[in-house]
Write a protein that binds this ligand. Structure first.
Ligand SMILES: [Zn+2]
Length: 444
């Protein structure tokens, strides 16, 4: 039996950017019709008069393993923040703390209408992240984070890392009706050896996997890469044959005109994280320039440890506002920002044939919004309304792959209370483990 969503205002995000007052017919996991007065023939009908349906939001750069570190390490520079606090905490995860962290992040994101994510994964127990993505009902890609050089204490052995990655690809890539995908996750140039990059490239070619990494988030990072390799960050990717439409780079703040041209020439995807960039004082990515050059830009909230939320509405609003003092008030439109959060995200993940818009043949990933709230009316332009005034509490229902994962503001596959209780419990246990680990390393 198909599902028929009736009488909604539909933001299609199709090539004509059509807004339709009408119906959406969903059969199994796929949208089969979009139009007016689709006849009811044995379908389950959802009356959505007065509500708005948008394509599901895509967050193309998140760290589920860091959700448990929310509000724990604030007001530090990127490299200091990573070395002092984030890496030790990530390495201290056991299966249950990682599970609690992933559940907390997934629950938060589903409730704000995020239907697809690109996650950076964790160095240990990566299978737990895949298990929880599958259990939550979200769509997305993740991969074990790779670090085999740089900070001694967090290095993994290269061959072992590659063997584990290959095993995880075989087990998880394209599983769960294609909802779960593997994305290779070399952390950034400073933490990966040339050998690792070359093996990552081979794996990407062999399995047609996207490569998810960080790039030029911070000026010190950029300078350090130049000092160590002799190349700018983007040049390093190009020289190592990693630059391609399958390369997804978070941040890209410190980029020269020459590097921007390289990003355009090689169709590299930018994963823009304005909230985290402001919080870590990293800088402002030149997204209007990227768009002018035809570079695809998508949005992510990064980790809860540096944001401190995983809210796509926050990121849309910040992506728009952050440019205004720097590049001018008209430099980026609300419609362009809405594209980043929907079809732009789909393109980053190489999935624009499957998701990112509401059209026949696409997967049924969508969000039902109630915009008739005191904080978001009245309105004229619906994109400006969503980007500038709508908050996550307007999200009523969320569907992924033809199934409701949030209905009447309740997550369907988890108990929200249990998620909260587990998070509080697991962070205490993790603290105790991290403390004893750092005491042991001091004694050595
Ligand atoms: Zn990140």
């Amino acid at each position: 039996m198909g599902l028929l969503l009736k009488d909604a205002m539909i933001i299609t995000q199709n090539s004509g950017k059509d807004l339709i007052k009408g119906d959406i017919l969903i059969e199994k996991d796929t949208i089969s019709q979009v139009g007016t007065n689709i006849p009811v023939t044995g379908h389950k009908v959802y009356q959505l008069d007065g509500l708005v349906v948008t394509p599901g939001f895509v967050q193309s750069h998140v760290h589920l393993c860091q959700t448990l570190f929310r509000n724990l390490s604030d007001d530090l520079e990127l490299l200091e923040w990573l070395k002092q606090n984030i890496w030790p905490l990530e390495m201290s995860h056991d299966e249950e703390s990682l599970r609690a962290s992933a559940r907390l992040g997934l629950t938060e994101m589903l409730l704000n209408g995020t239907t697809c994510i690109l996650d950076m994964g964790n160095a240990r127990h990566q299978e737990v992240i895949f298990q929880e993505m599958a259990a939550s009902g979200i769509r997305g890609a993740s991969g074990m984070v790779m670090m085999d050089t740089g900070e001694q204490s967090y290095q993994q052995e290269t061959d072992q890392l590659l063997a584990s990655t290959r095993a995880l690809i075989n087990e998880w890539h394209n599983s769960h009706n294609g909802c779960i995908k593997y994305a290779l996750a070399p952390r950034f140039v400073l933490s990966c050896s040339p050998k690792l990059w070359s093996e990552v490239k081979k794996l990407s070619d062999e399995f047609e996997l996207i490569i998810h990494s960080h790039c030029s988030e911070n000026k010190t990072e950029w300078q350090e890469i130049k000092r160590l390799t002799g190349y700018s960050n983007l040049e390093y990717f190009v020289r190592n044959q990693l630059a391609s439409p399958r390369l997804c780079l978070a941040h890209c703040i410190w980029v020269s005109a020459k590097e921007i041209q390289m990003m355009a020439d090689y169709h590299i995807n930018v994963l823009h994280c304005p909230g985290a960039n402001l919080k870590l004082g990293s800088g402002i990515a030149p997204t209007p320039e990227f768009l002018k050059k035809g570079i695809n830009v998508s949005l992510g909230s990064d980790g809860a440890a540096c944001n401190n939320n995983l809210d796509i509405f926050n990121e849309m609003r910040l992506a728009a506002l952050i440019q205004k003092p720097k590049s001018g008030v008209t430099s980026l439109s609300a419609g362009e920002v809405f594209d980043m959060a929907t079809i732009g995200g789909a393109k980053s993940l190489g999935m624009s044939d499957e998701i990112g818009s509401i059209e026949p043949g696409k997967k049924a990933d969508l969000v039902v919004l109630d915009l008739n709230k005191v904080h978001s009316i009245p309105a004229d332009d619906i994109y400006a309304q969503i980007v500038y005034s709508v908050r996550a509490n307007s999200v009523q229902h969320v569907m992924v792959d033809g199934k409701w994962v949030v209905y009447e503001r309740k997550v369907q596959n988890y108990s929200e209370k249990q998620v909260i209780d587990d998070a509080w419990k697991q962070i205490q246990l993790l603290f105790a483990r991290e403390k004893s680990l750092s005491e042991i390393s001091k004694e050595v």
